[in-house]
Design a protein around this ligand. Structure first.
Ligand code: NAP
Length: 270
């Protein structure tokens, strides 16, 4: 099976490394990009590279679209007509399968993905949606490719990818903001900058690892570390009094609504 990457930037590089780590051979992968400097980075992995998108897709079974949203229409329209058995996997943010389909032959199998930035470290989570032309085997192939940089969840309704964008696509930034805030507060409590950063970041890592354990959930973990009348309860009482859950609700709704708006800006009917 041959996989062609159109766009050889950050995400393509991570996905290719993930594929190789999960056993794909360099000879099964080709990357295309007009920037030779980008290709030079990836050719160190032993894969084939080309500045010609049409050449990359000619023999491919799977085409991974990893370019910026603004140029997606032009890139797809400049490709030779794809075969009906070629699976297109798009990681392009904000462009739906209807728009992608408008730039591709009718009935093209398309899997649309919403990965997130930790994928660059192999710790991403991706939302996946398949159009009606995608076979079960192609779903499994798409999942295997994205799982090379973390894990994935399928959604059955494409509009749910806007919710995925609001939760996990933008999600790392919410945790970064909380970390920033805690680092500032730690310094206000008298700790130095380096100790504050280390305490906050390592606490985030430890809490995430605990939450990733099977057979547990964040609410149980929180209750387990909150003794009545203790320090944790004192802090959580303040967060609840300030209605943290309402702030989070409003923030995620704003992100989802923005994802819906961006889809209309970059789509084929924009
Ligand atoms: N990075 C993330 O965490 C993340 C998360 C979710 C979704 N995404 C989506 O993934 C896609 C790729 O993101 P990225 O971070 O990998 O971007 P990136 O590093 O900018 O990669 C895009 C690559 O496409 C190349 N390119 C430009 N025109 C091209 C053409 N006509 N044909 C083929 N390649 C072309 C670019 O070259 P030049 O640099 O020379 O223009 C660049 O190397 C984007 O649509 C983004 O929305 C990214």
């Amino acid at each position: 099976m041959t996989i062609a990457f159109i766009g050889a930037g950050n995400m393509a590089g991570s996905l290719i490394r993930g594929l190789q780590a999960s056993g794909y051979l360099p000879g099964e992968i080709v990357a295309a990009d007009p920037a030779q400097s980008q290709l030079d980075v990836l050719s160190t992995l032993g894969i084939a590279t080309t500045t010609d998108n049409a050449r990359a897709v000619a023999e491919a079974d799977i085409i991974v679209l990893a370019v910026k949203p603004q140029i997606t229409g032009d890139v797809l329209q400049s490709l030779p007509a794809l075969r009906a058995d070629q699976l297109v996997i798009s990681i392009v943010a904000g462009i739906d399968t209807r728009s992608l389909g408008d730039w591709l032959p009718d009935q093209q199998p398309i899997v649309r993905c919403m990965p997130n930035t930790p994928a660059l470290l192999g710790a991403g989570i991706t939302g996946l949606y398949a159009n009606a032309s995608v076979s079960d085997a192609q779903c499994a192939q798409a999942e295997a490719i994205l799982n090379g940089v973390g894990s994935s969840v399928w959604v059955s309704d494409e509009s749910q990818l806007d919710a995925v964008t609001a939760v996990s696509g933008s999600g790392p930034a919410y945790y970064f903001l909380l970390m920033e805030s805690m680092i500032e507060s730690a310094q206000a409590l008298g700790l130095d900058a380096q100790a504050s950063r280390q305490l906050v970041v390592e606490t985030a890592r430890g809490a995430a690892l605990m939450a990733c354990e099977p057979d547990t959930d964040p609410a149980t973990l929180r209750r387990n570390v909150t003794s009545p009348g203790g320090t944790t309860e004192a802090a959580l009482n303040v967060m609840q009094a300030e209605n943290l859950s309402h702030i989070v609700d409003r923030a995620l709704l704003a992100a989802k609504q923005r994802a819906e708006t961006l889809a209309t800006e970059f789509g084929s009917k924009a």
